[in-house]
Design a protein around this ligand. Sequence first.
Ligand code: COA
Length: 188
Amino acid sequence: MSTSTSSDYLIRAIRPDDWPRVKQLRLDALRDPSAGLAFLETYEEAEARADVFWQDRAVGSGEGSTAARQFIAETPDGTWAGSVTVLIEEAGTKDWAGLAVECRQGHVVGVFVRPEHRGNGLIKALLDAGVEWARQRGVERVRLLVHEDNERAQGAYRKAGFVPSGVVVPFVRDTGQNELEFVLQGPS
Ligand SMILES: CC(C)(COP(=O)(O)OP(=O)(O)OC[C@H]1O[C@@H](n2cnc3c(N)ncnc32)[C@H](O)[C@@H]1OP(=O)(O)O)[C@@H](O)C(=O)NCCC(=O)NCCS
C-alpha cells in the first residue's frame, strides 16, 4: 500500500498526445494478476493493436469527446497511477451484451489502479471524477459491471457508493461465471 493520499494526484482527462501512455497503462493493467477477471481483452490482443488504435482512443475518450472520457491520476513525478473510463450510453440503444439501454447512462469501464497506489482512496477519487463528468453529460444513472469473484473491486465500488442492481450477465469468457451490474446509489 502506498503512503500517498488521493490529494497527492492530479486527476485529468487524457489528451490526444497521451496515446503512448494510454497504451502503456492498458498493457500494464492487462499484466495484473486479476486481469483475467477484470478486463475483457488479453494482453496479446492489446499489444497487437496498431498505433492508430491508441491514437483514436486518446481522441475518442479524450478531453474533447462527449461520448466517452478517460480519466487518469498522475503523481507529482508524472507517473500514471490509475485510470477509469466512462462511456455514455444513449436511451434506445443496446449495450454490448444486447440489453436495452432505457435511459441515458454512464458506464464505467477500464478501472485500474497500480498495485502500489491501492488502498489509499485514489480509486474513489477517480470514480468521483468520472461520475461528475457523466452527470454533466445529463445521465440518469451510472453503472458498471464487475466479475462475481472480483471481491476487491466490489469492495472499492461499494465504498464509492455503488450497489448491486440485481442485473447479472454471463461473463464474456464463457467460463460459466457472471458479471454483476453495480449502479450508483442516490440521485444522479
Ligand atoms: C479494483 C481496484 C481499482 C480497486 O482499487 P483499490 O485501491 O484496490 O481499492 P480499495 O483498497 O480502496 O478498496 C477495496 C476494498 O475491498 C476490500 N477487499 C479487498 N480484497 C477483498 C476481498 N478478497 N474480499 C472482500 N473485500 C476485499 C478492501 O479491504 C477494501 O475495503 P476497505 O478499505 O474497507 O478495507 C484495484 O484493486 C485494481 O486496479 N485491481 C485490478 C484491476 C481490477 O480489478 N479492476 C476492476 C475491474 S471491474
